[in-house]
Ligand binder design. Structure first.
Ligand code: AKG
Ligand code: FE2
Length: 542
């Protein structure tokens, strides 16, 4: 009753919920497993009741969390995280280059429980635990941490079944030491910083905060945590029952729709679960990590929360399990985590590594259906690897990335200019020339889809036919006389001849500049191809 009254007072603005509630004890029937699969696919968030974590363990954990954050700042800073140890206290966390309006404390897996926290054997890649001198804190946090790991293990068995994957395939990723960590969050009460209105949130500018300003001196509207995706496999979240601040963008995976944020309000006696990036990869994109954010606390109310990030062993390979059409290239969890941590610690400016960086190009039915815009292709060209000028070109490693077809076609168009083979005006001319070829390819691929000939084809889903085209550059209207007549005019003016054909040969391109073709130049330009400029007055050797 007390709980309900609190919730009612603090969450008057809660909108209708779209977040399913699942009963962990019932997760053994095919219907429930199916419901779990649906929740993981969309919206990627759900609550679990009957999760088995005893009430007294949660109460002790919440009390320890509140007691820790109530300590004076200088005492909390005694366990502050550093550039080499990501565990401990922080009040300078950034998400998407904006300062989180919260304090936090991270606590992770300790391989040798019998040895001191800072013993060499307990130093793992993300650091070691720094436990504050606070009566009962260690025991409360360790006990809750162990309960979370157990719930996640069971939950993941059910997730495996929902994907038709052997639970053992998931379990093996955690063998040899999972790397999960528990984060305690405290979002202080605010005066004028709490906003729910997206227009107000727009004034929060990325890159403008620094890490040194004390939290309570940061001005303007704030978010507790800016929009993000969780990196691990799944997150099991304890939410303060009295405040609703967590929101999910239910349009995050729909490029055509604006963000639509809905509340993920706490549910009595439940823990909240969300899919992480790694489960998105392991499920080959069938389950999708939801984009979420946390609002700053309303005036007079401070909120606590505690996500448990369930993470595999560092050397576990992340790749789609059980599929012959993988959408992601393999990478190790440790690699991803290290790149994220480098970004986290100094991320006032850096762009963080994303799973989209590992997307393989999909030249399949889905690719055509969605207009072929999303490819996520990357290539590194090593210094000196050119076949033509080995050892010199390129001067340094070049990293090329293309996230969509338009970028790829732009770079291809430019490549012959960069290579010194073509001239500037030929780039748009060639783009115009090739435009129709892409459209024809698109039309042909759509035809294949309709006939069920492509991998992943689904004739029903292909109707109505997609209206997006792979490229949308307008074809420039031809405004110049043809190359041939330019050439003839030039030749007769320059050489006062009536038969200009030896000079002009066969024109091959009626674009802005054009080739006359063949060894047809005279005078100083007596071999190679002739090139006319727009005015048709210059012929230069190619
Ligand atoms: O505080 C919350 O409700 C969620 C926090 C969160 O999303 C995170 O720490 O990744
Ligand atoms: Fe999160």
């Amino acid at each position: 009753m007390r709980w309900l009254a609190l919730l009612g007072a603090a969450t008057a603005s809660i909108r209708p919920e779209r977040i399913p509630v699942l009963d962990l004890k019932q997760l053994n029937s095919p219907e429930q497993i199916e419901a779990l699969g649906r929740a993981c696919a969309d919206p990627g968030f759900f609550h679990v009741v009957n999760h088995g974590v005893p009430r007294h363990v949660i109460d002790a954990f919440e009390a320890a969390t509140r007691a820790f954050f109530a300590l004076p700042t200088d005492v909390k800073r005694r366990v502050k995280r550093t550039a080499t140890n990501s565990r401990g206290f922080a009040d300078d966390e950034f998400t998407k280059r904006t300062r989180d309006y919260k304090e936090m404390y991270d606590f992770g897996h300790k391989p040798r429980a019998d040895l001191p926290d800072d013993h060499a054997e307990n130093h793992v890649m993300d650091g070691y635990n720094q436990v504050p001198e606070l009566a009962g804190f260690r025991e409360a946090v360790e006990t809750y941490y162990a309960c979370c790991a157990h719930v996640c293990e069971e939950l993941l068995d059910a997730v495996a079944l929902s994907l038709d994957i052997e639970p053992e395939a998931f379990r093996s990723l955690f063998e040899g030491g999972h790397t999960s960590y528990l984060r305690l969050n405290a979002y202080p009460a605010t005066q004028n910083r709490h906003v729910q209105n997206d227009v107000d949130l727009d004034v929060i500018k990325a890159g403008e905060d620094d890490a040194e300003t004390p939290l309570d001196e940061l001005d303007g509207p704030r978010l507790g945590v800016n929009r993000h995706f969780d990196a691990g496999v799944i997150t099991l979240l304890y939410q303060d029952p009295a405040v609703s601040s967590l929101q999910v963008n239910v349009n995050a995976h729909n490029d055509d729709a604006p963000p639509h944020w809905i509340d993920v309000s706490p549910v009595e006696d439940a823990l909240t679960v969300n899919v992480g990036d790694m489960l998105q990869v392991l499920s080959n994109g069938k389950y999708r990590a939801p984009e979420h954010r946390v609002l700053a606390s309303p005036p007079g109310v401070s909120r606590v929360s505690a996500p448990f990030f369930y993470n595999p062993a560092y050397d576990a390979e992340m790749r789609p399990l059980q599929t012959d059409a993988p959408r992601y290239s393999p990478f190790s969890w440790g690699y991803f985590r290290r790149r994220r941590f480098e970004g986290d610690f100094a991320d006032e400016g850096k762009a963080e590594v994303q799973i989209a960086d590992f997307l393989l190009p999909q030249f399949d039915a889905e690719f055509v259906r969605t207009g072929g815009q999303s490819i996520g292709l990357a290539a590194t060209v090593a210094a000196g690897s050119s076949n033509v000028e080995p050892g010199f070109v390129p001067a340094q490693d070049v990293q090329l990335t293309w996230s969509n077809m338009t970028q790829l076609s732009d770079d291809c168009s430019r490549s012959r200019l960069d290579g010194g083979m073509h001239f500037t005006a030929s780039v748009p001319a060639a783009e115009a020339l090739c435009e129709g070829i892409g459209d024809q390819g698109f039309a042909f691929a759509s035809l294949l889809i309709d006939n069920d000939w492509m991998p992943g084809a689904n004739p029903a889903a292909a109707t109505p036919r997609p209206t997006i085209k792979p490229t949308s550059k307008p074809t420039p209207a031809p405004t110049l006389p043809t190359c041939q007549s330019l050439c003839h005019a030039w030749a007769s003016a320059a050489y006062s001849v009536t038969d200009t054909s030896p000079w002009c040969g066969t024109c091959t391109n009626n674009g802005v500049n054009c080739f006359t073709g063949g060894n047809s130049c005279q005078g100083p330009y007596d071999s190679g191809f002739c090139r006319l400029n727009m005015a048709g007055t210059v012929c230069s050797r190619d």
